[in-house]
Design a protein around this ligand. Structure first.
Ligand code: ADP
Ligand code: MG
Length: 239
């Protein structure tokens, strides 16, 4: 018993097996993640798949409270969130999200579309804030229990264009207000991750019309969906 506990503590958690399909949407502010997440969710639902659309930080009641704390623009004079606090908040929200929503849905064979996931932590808190990437990866593995997306779409465009799109909207959150140089480091961080994990991450040129982008995503998903349909997974049972 004791030796088992010890083994479990020292070895890396193995990737989680589930019968679902886990897709994450990543990229800088204003790159079109939320737009494309919604379009793909509708397309999949219309095609008869069972779909969950969610986001990070957030996705469950507790995690959304943590999101509010994370994104709030009000700051206490003389005190701001440290990079370590920022990372800890994201990890706390993700841990809750994985355990309460993502894993149960994936184990139930659903398609899960997630607007941001672990790559955002590496890009923002790692490349953006300068925290140690391998430490972030280690802690991330611990709190996700090893859960990794099956596919990731990385929406890429110059930071000025993304921020200009966002700044047309009504609300600016704490991250939107960061300096251009910070957003540039985040963008480069995402591109570096895409180079590291080319099988999982597909770079999408986000400087095109939303329609052109959604067609590309649907085309990229076609073989995966066909394979799943052949195995008769994910579809709603006939009503
Ligand atoms: N391909 C596109 N071209 C131009 N504007 C877009 C495109 N996709 C989304 N937008 C607009 O840009 C803004 C940010 O898009 P959004 O999907 O919220 O990005 P993100 O979730 O990556 O921050 C929104 O006002 C949205 O309507
Ligand atoms: Mg968004």
């Amino acid at each position: 018993m004791n030796s088992r506990v010890k083994k479990g503590r020292t070895s890396k958690p193995s990737p989680i097996r589930h019968g679902g399909l886990f897709i994450s949407f990543e990229g800088i502010e204003g790159s079109g993640k939320s737009t494309q997440c919604q379009v793909l969710a509708q397309f999949l639902k219309d095609s008869g798949f069972r779909v969950i659309e969610t986001r990070e930080p957030g996705g469950t009641s507790i995690a959304e409270h943590i999101r509010d704390l994370f994104l709030q623009t009000k700051t206490t004079p003389g005190e701001s969130l440290t990079p370590e606090t920022e990372a800890s908040l994201v990890f706390a929200a993700r841990s809750q999200h994985v355990a309460s929503l993502l894993l149960p849905a994936l184990q139930n064979g659903e398609v899960v579309l997630c607007d941001r996931f672990s790559d955002s932590t590496l890009a923002y808190q790692g490349y953006g804030r300068g925290l140690n990437i391998s430490k972030l990866q280690g802690y991330n593995r611990f709190i996700t229990q090893g859960l990794t997306p099956d596919m990731t779409f990385l929406f890429d465009l110059p930071v000025q264009q993304g921020l200009a799109r966002r700044r047309k909207g009504p609300n600016q959150n704490r991250i939107d207000q960061e300096a251009l140089a910070f957003h540039a480091r985040v963008r480069n961080g995402f591109l570096e991750l895409a180079r590291k994990y080319p099988r999982r991450i597909t770079i999408i040129n986000a400087h095109r019309s939303a329609t052109a982008i959604s067609h590309q995503i649907q085309t990229l998903m076609e073989p995966v969906l066909k394979r799943r349909l052949r195995n008769n997974k994910f579809q709603n049972s006939p009503r």
